[in-house]
Design a protein around this ligand. Sequence first.
Ligand SMILES: Cc1cc2nc3c(=O)[nH]c(=O)nc-3n(C[C@H](O)[C@H](O)[C@H](O)COP(=O)(O)OP(=O)(O)OC[C@H]3O[C@@H](n4cnc5c(N)ncnc54)[C@H](O)[C@@H]3O)c2cc1C
Length: 355
Amino acid sequence: MNVGIVGGGINGLCCAWLLQQQGHAVRLYERDRLMAATSSRSSKLLHGGLRYLENLELRLVREALRERDAWLRRAPELTSPLRLVMPIYRDSRRQRWLVRAGLFLYEHLAGQSALPPSQWCAPREMLASDPQLRAEGLLGGYAFFDGQMDDRRLGLWVARQAQEAGAILGEACEVRCVDRSGRIRLADGTSRQHDRLINVCGPWAEQLLHQSGIASPYHLDLVRGSHLVVDRACPQAYLLEVPSEPRIAFVLPWQGKTLVGTTEVRQSIDDPVACADSERNYLLAVLRHYFPGQDRTAEVVETFAGVRPLLRSATDPTRATREYAIHRDSALISVFGGKWTTACALARRVAATLD
Ligand SMILES: Cc1cc2nc3c(=O)[nH]c(=O)nc-3n(C[C@H](O)[C@H](O)[C@H](O)COP(=O)(O)OP(=O)(O)OC[C@H]3O[C@@H](n4cnc5c(N)ncnc54)[C@H](O)[C@@H]3O)c2cc1C
């Protein structure tokens, strides 16, 4: 089949790679550069999403954990196992037994994983590996493993695999409208016909349908997430409770510096995607809480932001599902949502809807 794909983020690229390998003739249209939008603004984690267990997203977490391990095997030069620690304090919202139960379930859902099991760390051990960590009230913490990647480089590696298999990946090719028969109209006025057309535009998937005059079967909530890059080596990766909120923040080693994220702020599709001062201050406050006595404001060397395409499911973005949905309407297949880690699984499900 002749398959058109609109969107050159990780989900579009994984679809292109898989479908070309399956013998289809794939042409991908990306309006900007490949991997220039959401897929290069992530927290760089290949993970099941320990936090999503609180929303009972068992199917998604199980799939993501297996995909995490598959990425670590598939591209060992561009990924690495990452040891994260979740400290537990006297006043932590999540008590030791709850975190332990969550990790038990997380590891059970992962199945046969090559990653080491989680373990309890005593305060002395934690402070020895990171003397900057707040010691007051520290009861200890759980160490567990997920994966880390360079999202942009890994996505461009997927693009190369797709091209080597024969897929045509077009940059600076904006699609103005699509229809149910598989026809597209490009910004330069030309049209092309495909046997199947996949709309995998991430946060813009609903907008593309809207501008094509097609009612969208799903609605997306667009929720911005920002990160800070702090010019300071990070001796230990952390999963941290945001003080007095149910949210979780990450402090991660990243290219010799420290990556701190993230936020959840509603975003309008037409507004520029950038870290606001309030988000910067929010993340700096998390750092100040856990690493007191140091003001890292002057050490912020970069900020970046991306927009999560979340299926509309809850008013509170922290509670909103991270599941994705695939909808077929004649020759047109639209994808709504989808994590970085699960992009290959999403591509397999798209492939199954093609015939
Ligand atoms: C702050 C943040 C942190 C995250 N952290 C993680 C994480 O650590 N791990 C994880 O697994 N997931 C993470 N995610 C989720 C993950 O990054 C996204 O869900 C995923 O990257 C979405 O990929 P995509 O290909 O669907 O969308 P995108 O990467 O946005 O790609 C869509 C592409 O479509 C193109 N496009 C749009 N309209 C058109 C058009 N009309 N014509 C042509 N092209 C068009 C856009 O230019 C864009 O390149 C995070 C998300 C955010 C926002």
